[in-house]
Design a protein around this ligand. Structure first.
Ligand SMILES: *Cc1c(COP(=O)(O)O)cnc(C)c1O
Length: 386
């Protein structure tokens, strides 16, 4: 099945009434008609036994996401962060060493610092552009190498094949994980590149409408047992209504992404011509940092990118941001609407240095007309300079 067909057809369970979309299953209790079936549930032999262990709603979404990414299994979680937590906890224990990319999603880093360390996991943050030199950081007790490419704030494109090759050569038993949220299953195929576990914030493009929080972890057969065990232990199953909404979002994801990529290219190209801008950090833009690696490994781009500004005062930055008409200032991305957030990566990075002197600004480009978005930013730059 080709991707558009998966998006249009998967996850519709046959229904006696012929209804196209499966309704949201809301469940805690699931009744067992007989003692025998109760016993089957107790020994884990029943597909549905309790709401927290999954329902037809979670199942429909999981099969669709797994198929999209050529995985054997997907599990869906109550948030993208919960997906990261399940994946890391499934493959790490006390005394193990984790190699974590320095550009990782901020709250994932907080989980590593505040929780994983508490359980005696050793963590080294590595420079995202390290490539094959990752080998020099791998220790006897290294169990997980974690990637996020491009970094969802600073947009470094990692040399994934080089990292996978060097890691495998050093120790084939290490689990390689990637946060694939930016590319979505449509534009990067982790399992074709030798990655073992792929993580998504379903919150973003999959749901696509900024109205839910959810995550997913994808893997091949070999890695399913530990993931499933930790998933069942942590109890972060999403509710049926959110699964319903996520499936509904997936139907149009292909179209939305294509249009948003095109819109983002227009805005990025315009930004490149602006004197206020030091560098546009959009891997899909020719000449941008990471463009060559993006072209080699990815088949498309989503519409989240950043730019480094020339140095500007906080006051000037506020003047620019406060009166934007179409860009909302808020966290998250992947919805239909455009967003803007300023950031200062110096606060969180330890392995490398943000090479620009001015502030960073992250844009999520939505489905508005790019001409309107450009006009909005142009007026913002005018306020910045005055
Ligand atoms: C948003 C995000 C997450 C976390 O998703 P939530 O659903 O907000 O918990 C994880 N990774 C990346 C790259 C994200 O942008």
């Amino acid at each position: 099945m080709k991707t558009p067909t998966i998006l249009a057809t998967m996850g519709c369970l046959p229904d006696t009434y012929g209804i196209v979309n499966i309704p949201p299953y809301r469940a805690s209790t699931i009744l067992f008609p007989t003692f025998k079936e109760f016993e089957q549930a107790e020994s884990g032999q029943r597909q549905y036994s309790y709401g927290r262990y999954g329902t037809p709603s979670t199942h429909a979404l999981e099969t669709t996401i797994a198929t999209l990414e050529d995985a054997d299994h997907a599990i869906v979680t109550s948030s993208g962060l919960a997906a990261i937590v399940v994946a890391l906890m499934a493959f790490l224990k006390s005394g193990d060493h984790l190699l974590m990319v320095d550009s990782v999603y901020g709250p994932a880093r907080r989980f590593c610092e505040k929780e994983l360390r508490k359980f005696g996991v050793e963590i080294t943050y590595y420079e995202p552009l390290i490539g094959g030199d990752i080998a020099s950081l791998i220790k006897e007790n290294t169990k997980v190498v974690y990637l996020e490419s491009p970094g969802s704030l600073t947009f470094e494109v990692q040399d994934i094949p080089a990292i996978v090759k060097a890691t495998r050569a050093k120790n084939p038993a290490i689990t390689l994980m990637i946060d694939n949220t930016w590319a979505t299953p449509l534009y990067f195929k982790p399992f074709d590149h030798g990655i073992d576990v792929s993580i998504h914030a379903v919150t973003k493009y999959m749901s696509g409408h900024s109205d839910l929080v959810m995550g997913a972890v994808n893997c091949k057969k070999k890695h399913y047992a530990p993931l499933q065990q930790t998933y069942l232990s942590l109890g972060s199953t999403p509710g049926g209504d959110n699964c319903y909404l996520a499936l509904r979002g997936l139907r149009t994801m292909g179209l939305r992404l294509k249009q948003q990529w095109e819109n983002a290219m227009q805005v990025a190209q315009w930004l490149k011509t602006r004197p206020e801008v030091e560098e546009v950090l959009y891997p899909a833009l020719p000449g941008a940092p990471g463009h060559e690696l993006w072209k080699r490994d990815f088949t498309g781009a989503s519409s989240l990118f950043a730019f480094a500004m020339k140095p500007a005062s906080q006051k000037a930055l506020a003047a620019m941001l406060d009166d934007l008409e179409y860009f909302g200032m808020g966290y998250s991305w992947g919805g239909f609407e455009s967003l803007i957030t300023p950031f200062d990566p110096k606060k969180s990075r330890t392995a490398g240095k943000w090479p620009y002197s001015g502030p960073g600004v992250r844009l999520h480009i939505g489905l508005e007309d790019p001409d309107d978005l450009i006009k909005d930013l142009e007026a913002g730059f005018k306020r910045l300079s005055s």
